[in-house]
Design a protein around this ligand. Structure first.
Ligand SMILES: NC(=O)c1ccc[n+]([C@@H]2O[C@H](COP(=O)([O-])OP(=O)(O)OC[C@H]3O[C@@H](n4cnc5c(N)ncnc54)[C@H](OP(=O)(O)O)[C@@H]3O)[C@@H](O)[C@H]2O)c1
Length: 238
């Protein structure tokens, strides 16, 4: 059935080929991305901090393969890092070794110094964006996406392309090929995207910006990104 025809289910649309996808972090975001990406037919490996034996329920529900964090990126064309920000430095070194050439690494993470992560000087004093800090620890460029998306919306709000209620997500990154791959995947998941620039611009979608948690389409997201201020709000300083 061609896209756009009556009865076409966009959630099953195949705009990208079947991919091997590694998800590091199996909480709110990692769990729901595992659910949706397996439903689309992708080959998903998923890891948490406690080991694959603690992921049997998610594996049975979705068909994803539970693995150790060290194994999640093996052969993957897309890797999602979705852990509490303070846990990023604890990830095993070389965690992306063995990923496919040109792997796109999605960073969903946010800095919550007061509630969760503690103060990170490189972010606050050196003016580094949160994703720039993450990629320094991973030793690989990242694409910032989903960081302002409610986890439940990943399950509840996919819409067909062209639907007036289709949400748009901002996507930032320096590697244009990786960004294009991530935008195509998000489209397949049922959301539009807006190019939010490079990682040095990604403060525009960090916590407490106008776009953070915004449920809007391309126009609203574009406007919200333009209205962001680079100044870190007091509630997001440690
Ligand atoms: N919740 C949201 O709606 C939302 C929305 C957008 C962005 N975010 C951001 O996305 C990130 C993930 O959020 P979340 O709500 O999904 O977090 P979460 O529910 O707390 O889940 C975190 C996951 O990371 C795993 N983890 C922690 N340390 C690890 C390590 N060293 N190695 C491997 N896995 C590790 C945890 O493993 P265990 O299960 O074994 O503890 C858990 O599965 C955060 O940075 C958050 O700020 C969240």
């Amino acid at each position: 059935m061609p896209p756009g025809s009556a009865g076409h289910d966009p959630r099953k649309a195949r705009r990208v080929g079947i991919m091997k996808i590694g998800i590091i972090g199996a909480g709110n975001i990692g769990g729901n991305l595992t659910r949706r990406l397996t439903a689309l037919g992708h080959d998903v490996s998923v890891a948490n901090s406690r080991g694959p034996h603690t992921l049997t329920a998610l594996a049975e529900e979705t068909g994803a393969t539970p693995v150790r964090a060290e194994e999640a990126a093996r052969g993957a064309e897309v890797v999602v890092v979705t852990v509490p920000l303070k846990a990023v430095p604890d990830l095993p070194s070389g965690i992306l070794d063995g990923a496919a050439d040109g792997v796109a690494v999605i960073d969903t993470n946010n800095y919550y110094p007061q509630q969760r992560d503690g103060r990170i000087a490189a972010i606050e004093d050196e003016g580094r964006t949160e994703s720039r800090w993450v990629e320094g620890h991973l030793g690989h460029p990242v694409i910032k996406a989903f960081n302002g998306t409610y986890a439940q919306d990943i399950l509840d709000r996919p819409r067909p392309a062209g639907d007036p209620d289709r949400m748009a997500l901002p996507v930032a990154g320096d590697d244009e090929a990786a960004k294009a791959k991530v935008r195509a995947l998000i489209d397949e998941l049922g959301f539009d995207t807006v190019d939010a620039g490079g990682i040095d611009e990604s403060w525009r979608q960090q916590p407490d910006t106008p776009v953070y948690g915004l449920r809007a389409g391309v126009e609203g997201v574009t406007k919200a990104l333009a209205e962001a201020s680079p100044e870190r709000p007091a509630a997001f300083r440690g």
